[in-house]
Design a protein around this ligand. Structure first.
Ligand SMILES: N[C@H](CCC[C@H](N)C(=O)O)C(=O)O
Length: 278
């Protein structure tokens, strides 16, 4: 049976969104990878499914798979696109807050307009065992050897694992190797999204992310949340931060440990399509 999908993106982080409101999506990794192929398929960083809620409290569940077919617990740019998709489907009104269940737990979304969404992303998680990251105790910074370099990282989970490295130059050639080296580092037994962040001011960051399962992306929503969480925990950024990524900007609001973190940004629809004979 042909598979109908919507192509969407959040600041250039692109998605194939599948309407699975009639039941859980069952696609093989091979089929996902075929659809993800940017030459012979549709192309996506992540595939998202919209499914019936499983927790008896949320309006819907959404599933997340990277371009390599690996699953993830959360997708910041993706959940904004799911909210915009639900609005286009007549399931969500403007200014209406609704709970969406993700593989890592519920988040709450609210459409400011048809293309701008605010998300309550919950509390950042810093305990190494919950990221997961191999470290004897919790800290706001860790030493990590990668690609022959001695790095200082912060690490946090937004429902998916993130490492955050402060750099002076986002265009440094060394980052091209460092990204994959951190993403596949053995101390992150489930892999990690590697964010490289430049501090412009306490209210303004620039960020590039080498994503687990997708590589360098134009934007990473949970990566922006993670960068702010790590730097705010260190006392180095304001409660509201603008994060510029290669594909666009996000606004992150976080008062600090014990508080919930909010992300606001765009969600764009590109086209509808049909994938044959799945
Ligand atoms: N690659 C991520 C999932 C997508 C996250 C990103 N696209 C976002 O907007 O948060 C992971 O494996 O955890």
């Amino acid at each position: 049976m042909a598979l109908r999908f919507s192509k969407m993106h959040g600041n250039g982080n692109d998605f194939v969104v599948i309407d699975s409101r009639d039941g859980a999506l069952a696609l093989s990794v091979a089929t996902m990878r075929s659809i993800a192929d940017r030459h012979t398929g549709v192309g996506f960083d992540q595939l998202l499914s919209v499914e019936p809620a499983r927790d008896g409290a949320s309006a819907f569940y959404y599933g997340i798979w990277n371009a390599d077919g690996s699953p993830s617990g959360q997708c910041g740019n993706g959940v904004r696109c799911v909210a915009a998709w639900l609005h286009r489907a007549g399931e969500l009104g403007l200014d209406e807050t609704v709970q969406i269940q993700s593989p890592s737990g519920p988040v709450a979304v609210r459409l400011i307009d048809a293309h701008t969404v605010t998300v309550d992303m919950g509390e950042p998680i810093f305990e190494p065992i919950r990221i997961p990251f191999d470290a004897p105790n919790i800290s706001d910074r860790y030493a990590l050897a990668a690609d022959g370099q001695a790095l200082e990282i912060g690490t946090v989970s937004m429902g998916n694992p993130h490492a955050v490295i402060v750099v002076d130059d986002l265009a440094a050639p060394a980052l091209e190797r460092l990204g994959p080296a951190v993403t596949g580092h053995q101390r992150f037994r489930e892999g990690v999204n590697a964010g490289f962040v430049q501090k412009v001011s306490p209210g303004h960051l620039r960020l590039r992310v080498h994503e687990r399962g997708a590589g360098w992306t134009q934007a990473c929503g949970t990566g922006a949340c993670a960068a702010v969480a790590v730097l705010r925990q260190r006392g180095e950024v304001d409660p509201q931060v603008r994060v510029d990524l290669p594909g666009g900007s996000l606004r992150i609001d976080w008062r600090g440990p014990g508080e919930r973190l909010w992300m606001t940004g765009p969600a764009s629809f590109v086209f509808e399509g049909e994938w044959p004979d799945t």
